[in-house]
Design a protein around this ligand. Structure first.
Ligand code: KG4
Ligand code: ZN
Length: 341
């Protein structure tokens, strides 16, 4: 068909999402049912609970994606799903739904990698990717640096050896008793803080390494707070709002500095012309501003996902799936959910 309408489903973690995108660019609908409230009381995502919530939501989310796009199922040309990486019990709900839909409609099934899809979020609204490009994908589960020889050809250059950047935000938020998800809470709290109040460690893992390590900084924050009160149940019982804000701002500054430095190191190594940034942590204003300033200084083009597409969504899945559609790269009914990729 001249216009290819792809219905995409995303269930890799705690968002049940569906979207219809035409030709990989024109967003016809984007529905995201968040489970944040369900997981908030546990301070993080509980896989079994996430899976149940996906089962409960998936049908109405897909129906709404069709309704918002004012489309009939028969107008869909392919069904796309992010089948890896993520929580298997969550992924499997989306994979099963996508397979059923594709089978029922008699349309091709397309499987995409969730982390690669995050990169698409940055090029949906501006696709002028001057190559080679370096992509930084920072989310709750991943902190990856890729070399992109095209929008869909990614070569992993660096990754975290322990916690992901978003995970560090979530864990530090827990220490500071800020609500889940930690990223937005830390960002908000940091607004009133002094980022130079504390010097938390910047783990570089050797000057040429493109890998990340964020568990050390989390521990440093924990020890810092422990020092305040060793006996109490709460680590931050008597901590003033200002002190919390200073810790949040200092922690955020340390993570941002490492992310920007490593991205620039990778960029130099491949003589990149464009930097692309996506994933939940890319919504962070301090990171966006620091990366922009550094790219301006080095005359690099920077493409950052719009905030609405930083965190998990199905638009990015549909967009990447279109690239596979054009190549005829289809999956079949044996497709499985995979935790890692
Ligand atoms: O991409 P995403 O929705 O899910 C995964 O694929 O993991 O990312 C979620 C992560 C969470 O760890 C959350 O705390 C973090 O992204 N995050 C942020 C911000 N918004 C979300 N981290 C820092 N600053 C933010 N504004
Ligand atoms: Zn994600």
């Amino acid at each position: 068909p001249e216009n290819v309408n792809i219905l995409a489903i995303e269930t890799s973690c705690d968002e049940t999402a569906a979207s219809i995108v035409t030709n990989g660019r024109l967003v016809r609908s984007s529905v995201v049912a968040s489970q944040v409230e369900i997981h908030q009381r546990y301070g993080g995502v509980v896989p079994e609970i996430a899976s149940r919530a996906h089962i409960e939501k998936i049908y109405q989310v897909v129906e709404k994606a069709l309704a918002d796009a004012e489309m009939k199922p028969s107008e869909i040309d392919a069904v796309a799903i992010a089948n890896q990486p993520g929580l298997v019990v969550s992924l499997i709900v989306g994979v099963t739904a996508a397979k059923s839909l594709a089978f029922m409609l008699g349309k091709p099934l397309i499987a995409v990698n969730h982390v690669h899809a995050h990169l698409q979020s940055a090029i949906i609204e501006d696709s002028q990717l001057e190559l080679p490009a370096i992509a930084l994908i920072v989310s709750g589960g991943h902190s990856n640096i890729y070399r992109c020889s095209s929008a869909v050809n990614l070569e992993l250059m660096g990754r975290t050896i322990d916690d992901a950047a978003g995970e560090a935000f979530d864990k530090v938020a827990q220490i500071l008793e800020l609500p889940y998800p930690g990223g937005p809470s830390i960002e908000k709290c940091a607004q009133n803080g002094n980022s130079k109040a504390h010097r938390f460690p910047r783990s570089m893992l050797g000057k040429d390494s493109l890998d990340f390590s964020f568990s050390g900084i989390k521990t440093a924050v924990l020890y810092h707070c422990n020092g305040q009160d060793m006996k109490g149940q709460s680590l931050v019982p008597n901590m003033s709002g200002q002190e919390k804000a200073d810790i949040a701002a200092s922690f955020q500054a340390a993570v941002v500095e490492v992310l920007v430095k490593k991205t620039m190191l990778a960029s130099k190594r491949v003589s990149a012309r464009t930097i692309v940034m996506g994933g939940g942590v890319a919504a962070n204003t301090a990171l966006r501003e620091a990366m922009q300033a550094e790219c301006d200084r080095r005359h690099l083009k920077l493409l950052i996902a719009p905030k609405k597409y930083c965190t998990d969504n199905a638009v990015m899945v549909a967009s990447l799936a279109y690239e596979k559609y054009k190549e005829g790269l289809f999956a079949d009914m044996t497709l499985e959910a995979k935790a890692s990729s």
